[in-house]
Design a binder for this molecule. Structure first.
Ligand SMILES: CC(C)(COP(=O)(O)OP(=O)(O)OC[C@H]1O[C@@H](n2cnc3c(N)ncnc32)[C@H](O)[C@@H]1OP(=O)(O)O)[C@@H](O)C(=O)NCCC(=O)NCCS
Length: 231
């Protein structure tokens, strides 16, 4: 089967079908926001949805990214390929095309992605295998940030997702200070402050968030490399 990758930056189009048929089945409910949240981001001009469609125009995979203008950080919020199509290179193509499109359009400080730690339990086959998923990103050159990361809770801090890793898919050379294993924390601090507040409805005031920001502000930058848990 041949696939064509198309991008949409406005709501409507294939969004509803992609949300129902590709994204919802691929993520645990606590890791995915409502379709309205994605549509709002597109409406605000801050979203990019890349969709891989088959010959009949049906979506088989998608990547959705969200731009934070204030911090100049792009988040790959969702990447998924339908289960029957996995393992044939489509996820790799989507990731490559997304990173290229976003680098060119935004000239970001950093492009990041959230993934489950490789030792997370495999909750359901449809959600994929955390160990293979991290290997997929690392094969594409992603580096794991040494941070006590958690995914902000959708709607409330009580809904945070623990045991997540934050990956760097691309970093502008000016934020790696000439060292491939260190990332300057400044853009990430601004990004995480805005991300936590917008997802959870208020700025965080708890120890987990404090520990995260302390690690982001570490002198000399944030260490980044291959899977730090050794899984
Ligand atoms: C991760 C994912 C997008 C990869 O897409 P894909 O089209 O299968 O990837 P490719 O064919 O380009 O690359 C193959 C690699 O992807 C990974 N992969 C393949 N199937 C996978 C699965 N069921 N679970 C996790 N990773 C998988 C493996 O690392 C594989 O390499 P391997 O065959 O040497 O083990 C896809 O498996 C998926 O949708 N998983 C569920 C949702 C998800 O985990 N999204 C990422 C978090 S944002």
């Amino acid at each position: 089967m041949k696939y064509r990758i198309m991008e949409q930056t406005r709501p409507g189009g294939l969004l509803g079908q992609v949300y129902r048929e590709v994204l919802v089945p691929a993520f645990p409910p606590e890791e995915i926001e409502g379709e309205a949240g994605i549509a709002e981001t597109l409406e605000a001009g801050l979203g990019s949805l890349l969709v891989a469609v088959d010959d009949a125009g049906r979506p088989a995979g998608a990547a959705f990214g969200r731009w934070s203008e204030a911090s100049r950080v792009q988040l790959l919020a969702y990447l998924a390929v339908k289960p029957g199509t996995r393992g044939h290179g489509l996820g790799g193509r989507l990731l490559h095309d997304a990173v290229e499109a976003w680098r060119e359009r935004y000239d970001p400080c950093v492009i990041v992605a959230e993934v489950e730690a490789p030792d997370a339990p495999m909750a359901h086959e449809a959600y994929g295998d955390p160990r293979r998923r991290l290997a997929f990103y690392e094969a594409a050159g992603a580096r794991v940030l040494d941070l006590p990361y958690f995914q902000p809770g959708i709607g409330s801090p009580a809904r945070r997702v623990r045991g997540m890793l934050l990956l760097v898919l691309h970093a502008d050379a000016s934020f790696t200070q000439g060292r491939p294993d260190r990332l300057s924390g400044a853009p990430l601090r601004a990004f995480m402050e805005a991300y936590l507040e917008s997802a959870e409805g208020a700025p965080p005031a708890d120890w987990d968030a404090k520990a995260l920001f302390k690690a982001i502000d570490r002198q000399g930058g944030i260490r980044m490399g291959r899977n730090r848990t050794g899984g």
